[in-house]
Design a protein around this ligand. Structure first.
Ligand SMILES: [Zn+2]
Length: 286
């Protein structure tokens, strides 16, 4: 019997997988599909907010701590073991981390693509998810993830490229994870109405929202309401990064479905006919 269909999500830092694709990872694993997460950096520069954590003691071993947190989150989501590309966190744009030679931002492009091609050829996903060209919010590691994923998704299918990385494999659908600007605006308005802070600032018009995708770009909306609790458990596993009083874990219950009950994607290409809008990353494949 052929392998079940596979989904691979490429993320920049441990925790991104749970926040942006935790719902689809849990849902498709429950449907019996194969799921995996590649994480480009160790997240060494993340702010340490875990309750009771001694920041000075944890900082030097944060990559190790976050790797364990990632393993726990992937366990919750049923997405296998961590698959790390082995680069250092580059930090927010304009910070010293951007010039660290071991950072993902400074990685030799060809080398980084090759490492991802090896992951793709080993796991053989039918569907690959990465970020858009702005990386969702402009973080250098997210932008770099977009660049290498786009190239690796194509290079993977060419046997002459990276022959040492295993037999060629064709990814059949390629997506960018996205949040539509109007969804951000609605959440912001609703939080403001309730006197709660919004992580997206206080924009009142779509034009004022610096992140997110234009609604018309979004091709694919996946319902993950039934997997909300799992998604939250996965986020909670990132103890050092997401404090119990964080926005992500404290959205009022009646707003949770609106805030996290759907995950959105921009389809970049599909080898199979599947009309858009679609409600399934595997539409046309099964
Ligand atoms: Zn990130």
């Amino acid at each position: 019997m052929a392998d079940p269909l596979g989904l691979m999500c490429v993320h920049a830092h441990p925790d991104d997988e749970s926040i942006s694709t935790g719902g689809v990872l849990a849902r498709y694993a429950d449907e019996g599909l194969r799921t995996a997460v590649v994480t480009c950096t160790g997240g060494e520069l993340g702010e340490i907010v875990g309750p009771g954590m001694d920041v000075d003691a944890v900082r030097p071993r944060l990559a190790e701590v976050r790797r364990d947190e990632l393993a726990a989150a992937l366990g919750v989501l049923g997405a296998g073991a961590p698959r790390l590309l082995g680069y250092r966190d580059s930090g927010m744009v304009g910070t010293d981390g951007n010039s660290d030679p071991a950072s993902f931002w400074r990685a030799p492009f060809d080398q980084a693509v090759g490492r991802l091609v090896a992951q793709l050829r080993e796991f053989r996903p039918d569907v690959l998810v990465t970020y858009d060209a702005f990386g969702g919010y402009g973080h250098p590691d997210h932008v770099q993830n977009h660049r290498i994923s786009l190239v690796a998704a194509e290079a993977c299918a060419m046997p002459a490229l990276y022959p040492e990385a295993g037999p060629a494999w064709r990814v059949r659908k390629l997506y960018f994870a996205a949040i539509p600007k109007t969804a951000i605006l609605q959440a912001t308005a609703e939080l403001r109405r309730r006197g709660l802070p919004s992580p997206f600032g206080d924009a009142e018009r779509v034009e004022d929202i610096p992140m997110g995708a234009a609604d018309e770009e979004v091709t694919t909306t996946v319902d993950v309401v039934a997997w909300l609790a799992r998604k939250q458990d996965a986020m909670r596993a990132h103890v050092s990064q997401i404090s119990p009083d964080s926005f992500f874990l404290n959205v009022p219950e009646d707003l949770q479905q609106a805030a996290f009950g759907r995950e959105w994607f921009i389809r970049q290409r599909s080898d199979v006919p599947a009309p858009v809008p679609e409600d399934d990353l595997f539409a046309g494949l099964r």
